[in-house]
Write a new protein. Structure first.
Ligand code: FVH
Length: 294
């Protein structure tokens, strides 16, 4: 660092699992003074060798910096690690994956202890951290002031997307995107199961499947969002529900013929059928969203 280089914000990081270790590396590489703590102290040896200060307790780690980032297994481990620690005047950024309700409760808990609170949902896996071209980012919600003040420091490991003052919103966005991901993975599993056992090379099949998912998903997602917002589920429908439900016996019979269970795809077809039976044959699939709401 030269005399003209602005000082980097000191960071304390609690948690050196796979994700915490990746985060630590990026802040160290960017020149941030870093204090780390991990329940199993041996995991602090690698970042310490790269210049981090290894704290012996969460209390001393928290005392070392105003900005305290937590990346532990779950909400219980956050409660355990910070139990009895003085958080007065601290800026607590919790990147641990939790439910929205846990995030809101943790925000209230932190504020009662005199800290500002920002919750985060990491949309990346460890190899994407510190690699901007990998496209990883973190959803943040909670104190906007805290976010704006530390935006640059938070942007070091991955991109940032602030989604609102409600501390639960980062977790909600995180879980919503991951839920969609698992739905797509379920669809891919169904497709691979159908071809498995035949003389079809799964590696040759993969780009067809991937290209199809990509081509269909974007327009479907954007179209559904527009319908949910406008409340108009029938204008400009390309493939209506009546036609799509009429096709489902073919998919189920093919699965049966290939020896594939309908347990993944059957429930979705069931929802489509319910919506059709309710008189929505001219819609597309947006109405399924409303059926899922309890
Ligand atoms: N790794 C991933 O792909 C995903 C990507 C998206 C975000 N997740 C979430 O990030 C949180 C941390 O994940 P991680 O990958 O670092 O997880 P682990 O490698 O399993 O490390 C867990 C750390 O938590 C510590 N820990 C566990 N229980 C306690 C406890 N009761 N008290 C204090 N610390 C605890 C553990 O310590 P140790 O086992 O080394 O002693 C690790 O530091 C997580 O929410 C993901 O869902 C990652």
């Amino acid at each position: 660092m030269t005399a003209n280089t602005p000082a980097r914000t000191p960071v304390t990081l609690l948690g050196l699992g796979a994700m915490g270790t990746a985060l630590a590396r990026t802040w160290l590489a960017a020149g941030h003074p870093l204090t780390v703590w991990n329940r199993t102290p041996a995991r602090a040896e690698a970042p310490a060798a790269e210049g981090a200060k290894a704290a012996e307790s969460t209390a001393s780690a928290v005392a070392a910096s105003t900005l305290v980032v937590v990346c532990l297994l779950d909400d219980d481990s956050v409660g355990t690690a910070l139990d009895g620690v003085d958080l007065t005047g601290k800026d607590l950024v919790n990147l641990t994956t939790t439910t929205p309700a846990q995030a809101r409760a943790r925000a209230a808990w932190a504020e009662e202890r005199g800290a500002r609170y920002l919750d985060g949902g990491i949309m990346a896996v460890p190899p994407m951290i510190g690699v901007p071209e990998a496209g990883g980012y973190v959803f943040y919600s909670g104190s906007r002031e805290l976010f704006e003040q530390h935006r640059q420091t938070l942007a070091v490991p991955a991109g940032t997307a602030y989604v609102g003052e409600d501390a639960g919103f980062a977790a909600l966005h995180d879980v919503a995107l991951l839920s969609a991901m698992y739905g797509m993975f379920a669809g891919a599993a169904q497709a691979f199961a159908l071809i498995r056992g035949e003389d079809i090379d799964p590696v040759a099949f993969a780009p067809l499947l991937s290209g199809w998912i990509t081509a269909m998903t974007g327009p479907h997602v954007l179209g559904t969002a527009a319908r949910l917002k406008s409340g108009d589920y029938t204008t400009d429908v390309v493939s209506n529900l009546a036609m799509q439900v009429a096709g489902t016996p073919t998919f189920l019979a093919t699965a049966e013929g290939q020896g594939v269970s309908p347990e993944l795809i059957g429930p979705y077809f069931g929802l489509m059928r319910r919506r059709l039976d309710a008189g929505s044959g001219e819609e597309d699939l947006a109405g399924v969203v409303d059926l899922l709401r309890r």
